[in-house]
Design a protein around this ligand. Structure first.
Ligand SMILES: [Zn+2]
Length: 321
């Protein structure tokens, strides 16, 4: 999947959730008055989430997930958390905001149905169905991660008192103890490990049936990305890894990860699978892997879809070596 931005300077920019044409205005967004004036402008556009789902306007054919302020009014949103996402310099400096409100999950679909034109969809499904452009998926990833962080960090982790949104959504301040809290991004390594003409893929338990994918895991405190790759592969599959090479990274807003993608060379091939984490791990030939990627393997096994960096790590290995 290629980004629909004019220029792509690196492998990461071509991945789903990566393209983002917004200038986040890191310095200017501290000026609340300036941000408020942008929000009140008729040019302002909103990405709206009811809990974790994005509001979609079924009557709009071009970018049905980007809304004018009138949508917020029709939804009768009262407890909204509003975050300044940035201004789009490719679209006349149009300001974009993320809005997240709390909805009763059981009645949400029914409530939206009553309004006639709206529905609520999850971000993963939106990407798979290509219901938004790459540019908008990038903004949605930003809005989803920030919105979720605000919804789960309402209390101060130092003193337990309520915190308040600050810096247009990029900080929460505690009025009681003066602590400042910043949005978190959790780094996770994701890696295709190869040995000559074979690559190592596995099935974590949560994965869809028949899918085999690259191994992955969270980076631990005090650890380099490269060592995290070696540790995770040894823990999950019992394979020792030597050389590790960075390929690309991808924001993965479920809820707030950054996936850091690598190719790694195996030093050993015997498997010792951690069945608490993995249902299975196997070495696959390059020929078989290509068929799995294309959905043509006789075994019926497949690789993940092209919205994930895993797909691209596998594809790059097949194309390059
Ligand atoms: Zn506090």
């Amino acid at each position: 999947m290629l980004a629909d931005t004019a220029e792509v300077y690196d492998a990461s920019a071509a991945l789903c959730y990566s393209a983002n044409s917004l200038n986040r205005c890191g310095e200017k967004r501290k000026d609340t008055e300036w941000v408020n004036s942008l929000e009140a402008s008729p040019d302002a556009r909103f990405l709206i989430q009811a809990n974790d789902a994005f509001i979609f306007n079924k009557e709009v054919t071009h970018e049905p997930l980007i809304h004018p302020v009138e949508t917020l009014k029709s939804l009768n949103v009262t407890d909204a958390t509003t975050i300044f996402l940035g201004i789009d310099e490719t679209d006349g400096n149009r300001p974009y905001f993320g809005v997240r409100y709390t909805a009763d999950a059981e009645t949400l679909d029914e409530e939206l149905e009553k309004l006639g034109t709206f529905a609520a969809y999850g971000l993963r499904g939106i990407a798979i169905k290509r219901a938004a452009s790459q540019r908008v998926l990038g903004m949605m990833a930003q809005a989803a991660s920030l919105g979720r962080w605000h919804s789960t960090h309402k209390m101060c982790s130092q003193c337990g008192q309520p915190t308040k949104l600050a810096e247009s959504g990029y900080r929460r301040d505690c009025p009681s103890c003066s602590a400042q809290h910043f949005p978190r991004t959790d780094p996770a390594v994701i890696m295709l490990i190869t040995h000559g003409d074979k690559c190592l893929m596995g099935r974590p338990y949560h994965l869809m049936e028949n899918v085999y994918t690259t191994l992955a895991g969270f980076v631990e405190p005090g650890e380099t990305f490269e060592d995290a790759v070696r540790r995770e592969v040894f823990e999950e599959a019992g394979v020792k890894v030597g050389k590790v090479e960075y390929v690309a990274s991808q924001p993965w807003p479920f809820p707030s990860n950054i996936m850091i993608g690598f190719h790694g060379e195996a030093l050993t091939t015997d498997l010792n699978i951690d069945y608490e984490e993995m249902e299975d791990c196997q070495w696959f030939s390059k020929e078989e892997t290509l068929k799995m990627l294309q959905g043509e393997a006789e075994s019926g096994l497949i690789c993940p879809p092209d919205i994930s960096i895993a797909h691209h790590l596998i594809k790059k290995y097949i194309e390059e070596k």
